[in-house]
Design a protein around this ligand. Structure first.
Ligand code: ASP
Length: 388
């Protein structure tokens, strides 16, 4: 898989005359070859021919590595902490023209950033920030998570959520839950209080109840006047895109990702999307990046989008924004997969691409040595800076 991606990368570099990237890709292949040679050596008990092949590969690899290593590191940003949020992607760019509605979304995105900032600025853990932000979104009817979630074809609410920490790859998720007020809390409980990664359906609901999480009596608790209307008019085509997600780099250098959603409008009951599938809609690895996705989940599962991005950053040392663009505008576009993602790496570099009309999103970060934070929110193409 890695070699295959590298071959594609080399072809792209040749096409675009990106010789420096080409050299580093070649260097990487030679590193792989070198490891392979060492493996062969061990296997064949110091076969001399293999030894010289390995040595030659190492020498050439060192030469090429030196060439590519001389350029300025692309990912040089060092931020003390970063928080990026999304409130779903879709054909929503037109929202910007409705000043009242747009203001509501901007305010909600800003509130989410402020909640995360309060935790991170004090040195709080990334997981605490991600949980608090997603809890806030789950309680806000503007978004397709918790109250305000979209419904299944038979008018029920089946919610998915996940959380993952990059320092130890610990993860928890719930899928198709119906009575948990804050699915993100249940995902966290799965992560911290079980030996499992994912619980689904009734078992997950019962687990949450047994662990004292807030439950709702009636599944219709998650309905809003708007979703009730959809339920009444299920035959008419109407969609809600407002999955929520949050990725964080905390002051301790740890990355965390979380996602929560009602899934796709009119989904088959029992359908599970990408959000709770670790590696598809949610992923975090301190050596790669933290990722939360939104969009047509089936495509995100097939392209293992979140893991795909983190692994490009980790294994190919690809800049996060470039790698995210390749996935969203390359792999997903080629497959007609619609949506976007948010991501942050260990240096605080951010990526927020979307191939849909828009994506509710926002970021906040604090540069090392600076007193103030930088904050911005957006729905369509352009971002809006928010002054403190
Ligand atoms: N990705 C979610 C799902 O497919 C939906 C969304 O983000 O709008 O379940």
């Amino acid at each position: 898989m890695v070699e295959f991606n590298i071959s594609l990368e080399i072809w792209r570099c040749i096409k675009e005359f990106k010789i420096d990237v080409l050299l580093s890709s070649l260097g990487y292949i030679l590193e792989l070859w070198e490891s392979f040679s060492i493996f062969v050596l061990v296997k064949m008990k110091m076969n001399m021919k293999s030894f010289f092949v390995g040595l030659a590969a190492t020498l050439i690899g060192v030469q090429l590595g030196a060439c590519s290593g001389e350029k300025e590191p692309v990912q040089a940003i060092e931020r003390e902490y970063v928080i990026v949020v999304h409130g779903g992607a879709g054909a929503i760019a037109g929202l910007e023209n409705d000043s009242v509605k747009a203001a509501q979304y901007y305010a909600a995105l800003d509130s989410a950033l402020v909640i995360g900032d309060a935790i991170l600025a004090d040195g709080g853990e990334g997981t605490e920030a991600v949980k608090a932000v997603i809890r806030y979104f789950e309680g806000n009817p503007l978004f397709n998570a918790g109250v305000g979630a979209t419904c299944t074809i038979d008018g029920a609410f089946e919610l998915d959520a996940a959380i993952m920490e990059g320092k130890d790859l610990s993860a928890g998720s719930v899928a198709g839950v119906k009575y948990i007020k804050h699915p993100i809390d249940a995902a966290y409980a799965v992560k911290t209080q079980t030996e499992h990664v994912m619980l689904a359906g009734e078992g997950a609901d019962q687990f949450a109840k047994a662990h004292g999480l807030e439950m709702v009596e009636d599944n219709q608790y998650f309905a809003t006047p708007k979703t009730m209307k959809w339920i009444e008019q299920l035959k008419k085509e109407s969609k809600k895109n407002g999955t929520v997600g949050c990725v964080v780099l905390d002051k301790h250098g740890n990355l965390t990702a979380g996602t929560s959603t009602g899934g796709r409008f009119k989904k088959q009951w029992g359908r599970v999307g990408d959000a709770p599938v670790i590696g598809a809609g949610t992923y975090a690895d301190n050596e790669g990046c933290a990722v939360s996705c939104t969009g047509h989940g089936e495509y995100y599962i097939r392209h293992v989008v979140a893991y795909n991005l983190s692994t490009r950053v980790k294994m190919l040392n690809q800049p996060i924004a470039e790698a995210a663009d390749e996935i969203i505008f390359g792999e997903l576009n080629a497959d007609a997969g619609n949506g976007g993602l948010i991501a942050v790496d260990k240096k605080g570099n951010i990526a927020m691409p979307f191939n849909s009309g828009g994506m509710h999103r926002g970021y906040l970060y604090k540069e090392k040595g600076k007193e103030t934070v930088t904050k911005s929110v957006g729905i369509g193409k352009t971002m809006k800076m928010i002054q403190e």
